[in-house]
Design a binder for this molecule. Structure first.
Ligand code: ZN
Length: 390
């Protein structure tokens, strides 16, 4: 913590009417003794909590009081002198406190003023060895920040994606699923939903992850429909970004990346690509979280659809090098909801009900993942960081 060494002597008029408390130490010096020194003022600043510690050479009485316009707390320390070494003007500026000022208020009184910004509460107590006054200031209650999800309906505009035997376009199917999914997820409190596109426009693959990163999203879910040269290929699979040796997975990624399978295979050996992916996967526990998210979404889709439709095929969670997942800073997955190249699944995908059920099942998978997602470590960290001896 950086303390500013600006020194300013302060005289603040005392308003006895506002005195609200008088705290006595168990053993204090006589009233005439002015040898007690304020030897140090320190602070620790955390996101919603600040601790200020005033060190004294000996026990003494002090008065605390809170005044408004401007909002401030002051402490009059009796029979004391401020030590030459003590910081007299400390800038904090953390949203709770503007700073702390200290000065010789009268011959026998040191006044310490806490200039407040916005606080919820404060607590004052004292400790011995060394003798010190502890002031804990709590910031306003922060409602848990909303989790942000970016949904990415694949393709769009001049890029139709995969086209079914009856000319159903992947871009239209996945946009509709994403819009339905947004509607469902928006009803869950504390979730904020963004779409990379909400109409039939083309967005380059690299821009989609950039959107998620710029929104500081907690999750990124790219939605696609599968295709294969084998007309009987059908089923549901969910992908995360990683190397793969699986030829089928490589084919899916090649198609979604709009590159040839040959190029796709070559990509596995390119140093740049490997570096990007390695750094992506190493980011905190992004890979583990992506696996978890992929599993929740995959299981949810398969189990929920299995209740209403026959012959739902579960291809499970897979990995491949998808351009659209590269560089995403958050857990991210790509779902292949069904095979648009399969006439039966194309028919299903053309139905409002099936798309609605898909959206519902993806939402329930995301929701399950979100409910189990660990909260920020702020509280735990704060507690750990405070020295219990202070
Ligand atoms: Zn696609």
């Amino acid at each position: 913590m950086k303390l500013l060494k600006k020194v300013r002597f302060l005289k603040i008029p005392l308003k006895p009417l506002f005195l609200i408390s008088l705290i006595l130490f168990t053993s204090h010096s006589s009233a005439s003794d002015s040898t007690i020194e304020v030897t140090d003022i320190r602070f620790w600043s955390y996101p919603d909590y600040t601790r200020i510690v005033i060190n004294l050479s000996e026990n003494t009485e002090f008065i605390k009081n809170r005044l408004s316009s401007p909002d401030r707390l002051y402490f009059d320390i009796k029979n004391s002198r401020i030590n030459k070494e003590t910081q007299r003007n400390i800038l904090i500026d953390n949203g709770m406190l503007k700073g702390v000022r200290a000065g010789q208020f009268s011959d026998s009184t040191v006044r310490v003023v806490l200039d407040l910004e916005k606080i919820r509460d404060y607590k004052v107590f004292s400790l011995e060895d060394p003798i010190r006054i502890i002031i804990d200031v709590y910031g306003p209650i922060k409602f848990s920040a909303k989790k942000r999800i970016v949904l990415d309906p694949g393709h769009g505009g001049h890029d139709p994606g995969a086209v079914g035997p009856n000319k159903l376009y992947e871009k239209d199917v996945v946009l509709d699923i994403a819009l339905k999914l947004r509607k469902i997820l928006s009803e869950i409190p504390n979730l904020e939903i963004f779409l990379t596109r909400d109409r039939d426009i083309y967005i380059p693959l690299e821009e989609r992850t950039a959107i998620a990163n710029s929104k500081n999203a907690d999750l990124f879910v790219s939605i696609h429909a599968n295709a294969s040269t084998r007309r009987d290929a059908k089923g549901i699979e969910t992908y995360l970004l990683n190397w793969t040796n699986d030829e089928e997975a490589m084919k899916v990624a090649a198609r979604e990346n709009q590159i040839s399978l040959k190029k796709m295979k070559k990509m596995h050996k390119e140093i740049d690509v490997l570096e990007i992916i390695k750094s992506d996967l190493n980011r905190e526990n992004k890979r583990d979280e992506s696996i978890k998210l992929a599993n929740y979404v995959q299981k949810s889709m398969v189990n929920d659809l299995d209740k209403n439709y026959s012959h739902i095929v579960d291809h499970g969670v897979k990995q491949a090098l998808f351009y659209v997942l590269m560089g995403a800073q958050m857990p991210s997955v790509l779902v292949e909801v069904s095979f648009i190249s399969n006439p039966v699944e194309e028919k299903l995908l053309s139905r409002e009900n099936y798309r609605g059920d898909l959206a519902k099942s993806i939402a329930s998978g995301i929701n399950k993942y979100m409910t189990l997602m660990p909260e920020g470590q702020t509280i735990a960290d704060t507690r750990k960081a405070i020295d219990p001896r202070d």
